[in-house]
Design a protein around this ligand. Structure first.
Ligand SMILES: Nc1ncnc2c1ncn2[C@@H]1O[C@H](COP(=O)(O)OP(=O)(O)OP(=O)(O)O)[C@@H](O)[C@H]1O
Ligand SMILES: [Mg+2]
Length: 275
């Protein structure tokens, strides 16, 4: 069974995120209250249509997903709805037939995933998000592959955020519990000092107590000013911490609103939240 995290080691140091491109580093807005940001959303995939390969059927149908500065945005929806596909499209792993992706006002639709990392996107995929045979510390070092500067301070900040990782830094990541592996995956993404963090099901396969701990850490990260876009299968809990929520169904936007609005929406409740 997974162990809960160690005693809280909150990261109050905003320098873990790259301040360039962020609205402000003051404490984030009240969760549940989305507000427009000047100059449009920080990251937006707009009217995305496309599928896998050159001739595969469209999985996304005019899907729009955005996250603003200082926000946590959450994507929920049934299995196979295209949540991961939408994340991959934002990260450049899908050829869009229509639509565009913009980061901080710049059209990045044609950029490779590697170039998007350089531009400031940190992505934690749903599966295979750590190197299991490498140590925790090696995973974090790999995460910083695009950097040429000193990474030790960022690593220390990741260890402050996730103290258990410091204790286990010389262990193979594959030996860790599910929740600890997810911390490694998130930590690895933070090592690039991203401007936006994208997490695909960060709490998959962990116990409710570990899920709560992970959500607390994600909120901490968001409060340093780093916009967070995440897919979650724990829809109710995720919408409770979301400034903005998207319900995807069959590759299209079915419902969009603040987390609070979606939690209160009778249709969303009946269809996706178990009443
Ligand atoms: N690499 C791939 N090649 C072809 N089709 C794929 C690929 N990955 C996913 N699909 C298809 O795309 C559709 C959407 O899948 P996707 O993984 O995006 O859903 P999801 O909402 O993330 O589901 P889950 O909740 O199970 O993670 C499914 O029909 C799936 O079979
Ligand atoms: Mg998925």
């Amino acid at each position: 069974m997974s162990q809960p995290f160690d005693a809280p080691g909150y990261n109050r140091d905003a320098s873990i995120v790259n301040p360039k491109g962020q609205g402000n580093l003051a404490p984030g807005p009240q969760h549940g209250a989305a507000r427009p940001a000047p100059g449009g959303p920080f990251l937006i995939g707009e009217a995305m249509t496309g599928g896998y390969g050159k001739s595969g059927p469209d999985i996304l149908h005019g899907c729009t997903i955005a996250v603003d500065r200082g926000e946590i945005a959450v994507i929920v929806g049934p299995n196979g709805a295209g949540k991961s596909t939408a994340m991959k499209a934002l990260f450049g792993m899908l050829n869009l037939r229509e639509g565009s992706v913009r980061l901080d006002g710049e059209d990045i639709t044609e950029l490779s995933p590697q170039d998007r990392v350089v531009k400031g996107m940190g992505f934690v995929p749903q599966t295979h998000n750590i190197f299991t045979s490498m140590t925790v510390e090696e995973n974090l070092e790999m995460g910083a592959f695009i950097r040429r500067d000193d990474i030790s301070e960022t690593m220390e900040q990741v260890y402050e955020l996730f103290p258990i990782l410091k204790d286990k830094r010389h262990q193979a990541a594959g030996e860790l519990s599910g929740g600890q592996r997810q911390q490694v995956a998130v930590g690895r993404a933070l090592m690039t000092r991203p401007k936006v963090l994208m997490l695909d099901e960060p709490t998959a396969g962990v116990s409710p107590i570990v899920m709560d701990e992970l959500f607390d850490r994600i909120i901490e990260v968001a409060r340093t000013g780093l916009p967070v876009l995440m897919v979650e299968q724990n829809a109710r809990q995720a919408l409770e911490i979301a400034d903005k929520g998207y319900v995807l169904v069959q590759g299209a936007n079915a419902h969009t609103g603040t987390g609070r609005e979606l939690l209160a929406d009778p249709d969303v409740r009946a269809s996706f939240l178990g009443g």
